[in-house]
Design a protein. Structure first.
Length: 423
């Protein structure tokens, strides 16, 4: 690739945690659309290389609110050279081959904080693991997965020590990866043959995390930006916003829902928001101390479980993993914030008020126009251009209840996980 030294250009290596296959994934419509929307976070002078994005750098969104093409966040304004979704070693090498500079933390730091064992350890140390789940998540190093019989014995013993509600189902997930790919889900007894087949893949992805498979009520994410002291932007941990994360049962990304206020601040709008924000800031602070800088996301969820008396309880698990990279949450926040002025005008957004939104990578069943009509007075759709047949957009409404009425629940199964963008 040829590019002028230090001219900003994007490397949309979505899914790069899983190796060089990310370029193949970009041919999938949903991943290509996510990558294109990633590009819309940046000023107009940022190149979107057509070999990755499928369109020339002159092509751009047609929606009037985006035509100004200022950066969605101040910390993106001065970025130069190669800007990667994931700042890994391969991204640095591609930048060097293009004669371009590369801004970002060291690749070993990126790999360190993206290890799911990192977030697990930091959440435990800071006291953000719910009492009902303490001791149920176990990190396995790659060399602990080479002997299938020994691994089977260790996993079986660990699960047997859990509370009754947690023993019903569990999962072994790779310590490096996205969107639930490569995971072994188990209900009841662990099948020795299935484990033996899964172990090589888990070992190749940095080892595994063993944890209960819980009945999720809602998935959440907090988006942050980390900067070292002395950076041109204010140093420290900056919380960009929180979102309800729309995911399938298998953990693949479907969209985001949230609320925005008159100052452009974004909230999930759910009861657990403040606890999520507190935990996310703490874990992100640990990542900053480890040397990570740049955007990141912290995922959590609310689950339902039955205690020994048979009573159903609702509990927040505020930290599941930290994604040290751009995320679809970063993209959602940036694109939503661009419409703050339009929301004020169309929906009378005033200080102290909030309005609801839902971003999806494709139009809902029946189309955006029909959904907008169902959402009621003041609702409007912000279409987001993409590189193919999908019709991404954001539906803005006066309340979450209006959104729920307007949008059908997404399908929960059957996704081709190889073509799902990482959250």
């Amino acid at each position: 690739m040829s590019t002028q030294r230090d001219a900003p250009w994007l490397l949309p290596n979505l899914g790069a945690e899983e190796g060089p296959g990310w370029e193949r994934m970009l041919r999938a419509p949903r991943v290509a659309t996510a990558a294109w929307l990633f590009g819309q976070l940046f000023p107009a002078d940022v190149r979107l290389p057509p070999e990755y994005f499928g369109q020339s750098s002159e092509d751009g969104p047609t929606d009037g609110a985006l035509e100004a093409r200022r950066a969605a966040f101040g910390w993106l304004e001065e970025r130069r050279g190669c800007i990667a979704w994931l700042a890994d070693a391969d991204a640095r090498q591609r930048a060097a081959s293009a004669g371009s500079s590369f801004e970002g933390p060291a690749p070993d730091v990126v790999a360190d904080v993206n290890d799911k064992a990192f977030a697990l350890a930091e959440a435990e140390a800071a006291g953000f693991v719910p009492r009902s789940l303490r001791g149920t998540s176990v990190a396995f190093e790659p060399d602990a997965l080479t002997d299938a019989d020994e691994a089977h014995a260790r996993i079986t013993a660990a699960v047997a020590s859990w509370p009754a509600f947690a023993r019903e189902a569990f999962t072994l997930k790779p310590r490096h990866g996205t969107s639930g790919r490569g995971r072994l889900d188990v209900e009841g007894a662990l099948d020795a043959g299935a484990l033996r087949s899964a172990l090589p893949g888990l070992a190749s992805r940095g080892g595994a995390i063993l944890e209960p498979w819980l009945e999720r009520e809602v998935d959440l994410s907090a988006q942050l930006h980390l900067a070292a002291a002395g950076d041109s932007q204010a140093g420290g941990v900056v919380l960009l916003g929180t979102l309800e994360q729309r995911v399938s049962r298998r953990g693949t990304f479907l969209g985001h829902r949230g609320e925005i206020d008159s100052r452009g601040r974004v909230f999930s709008g759910l009861p657990d928001d403040e606890d999520l924000r507190e935990a996310a800031a703490a874990v992100a602070g640990a990542a900053l101390r480890r040397g990570y800088t740049g955007p990141c996301g912290v995922d959590g969820f609310v689950f339902r479980w039955q205690d020994e008396s048979g009573e159903w309880r609702r509990t927040l698990r505020p930290v599941v993993e930290l994604n040290g990279r751009f995320t679809m949450g970063t993209v959602t926040l940036g694109l939503v914030r661009r419409h703050t002025d339009r929301i004020r005008e169309a929906q009378g957004l005033r200080p102290g008020d909030r309005r609801a939104f839902d971003l999806q990578l494709d139009a809902p069943r029946g189309g955006w126009e029909a959904a907008c009509e169902r959402a009621g007075s003041g609702a409007f759709v912000a279409p987001l251009d993409g590189p193919g047949a999908l019709r991404p957009g954001i539906l803005f409404a006066r309340s979450r209840a209006d959104l729920a009425r307007a949008l059908d629940a997404p399908a929960e199964g059957g996704e081709d996980r190889s073509t799902e963008p990482p959250a």
